[in-house]
Design a protein around this ligand. Structure first.
Ligand SMILES: *Cc1c(COP(=O)(O)O)cnc(C)c1O
Length: 225
């Protein structure tokens, strides 16, 4: 399938989810996750009208960045090793996987401008998943005031691997509740306006529950190299 056709279908579903939940379609950013595909496929996505690209490995991001430079807005969405921060920091606008102070410290040290970070939360509690436990988020964010280059623009989570819609929905709903808790603190460095949740199989549910960023790979650009 051409990316432009996939994109049309996704946009239609997003519109439906927005209507169902009385949200504005302008409030949703589609992040094309290009980790499985070539640079030319990523370029096809950009030509179809995609603005945001997401990669989950530093080498994948660097390879595509060499060709695409600052044509897209780059999102780093994968777990990030501290020693790899320096490789990507001047190329990305958003990091979706802030989950520990040592990483905040390294990001803060390696950049001169503010980086928009999303705190990754392991809402589902699955051991295989990265991220903070929900009860740790408040205290973690309060510590981030020490790092002036970190701007906490939101929260990110991944739903559990299940086809049970109720379980997925409750995971997204919990992240939304956490967001409201943080927003009520009215921290200048942590406005927390973004909710990064929803992938190919569950982005409609995520939008109904308040997602502002959906990270879509397979359904948008496919998996072929
Ligand atoms: C791969 C990946 C996605 C996209 O997954 P699809 O199911 O292909 O849409 C989204 N978020 C993260 C963190 C990923 O690693």
């Amino acid at each position: 399938m051409k990316v432009v056709e996939n994109l049309k279908e996704i946009q239609l579903k997003i519109k439906e989810a927005c209507e169902k939940s009385e949200r504005n379609i302008e409030d949703i950013k589609i992040i094309a996750v290009t980790k499985y595909v070539s640079t030319s496929r990523a370029l096809e996505a950009l030509n179809a009208g995609v603005v945001h690209l997401g990669e989950n490995r530093d080498d994948g991001l660097l390879e595509k960045w060499e060709e695409l430079k600052d044509k897209p807005v780059w999102h780093y969405i994968g777990s990030l090793q501290t020693r790899k921060v320096k490789n990507i920091i001047d190329k990305v606008e958003y990091i979706h996987s802030l989950d520990r102070i040592s990483l905040a410290n390294e990001i803060n040290k390696r950049t001169e401008k503010q980086i928009k970070c999303l705190v990754q939360v392991n809402v589902s509690g699955e051991e295989s998943k990265h991220g903070l436990q929900p009860h740790e988020v408040n205290e973690f964010i309060s510590k981030l005031i020490e790092y002036p280059n970190i701007h906490v623009c939101g929260l990110m989570t991944m739903a559990p691997l299940t086809s049970d819609e109720k379980v997925i929905r409750s995971c997204f709903r919990k992240l939304k509740e956490l967001q409201i808790e943080i927003q009520n603190l009215k921290l200048d460095y942590a406005p927390c306006n973004e909710l990064s949740m929803g992938m190919s199989n569950d982005y409609s549910i995520a939008i109904e529950e308040g997602a502002t960023m959906v990270r879509i790979g397979t359904a948008l650009v496919g998996e072929e190299i």
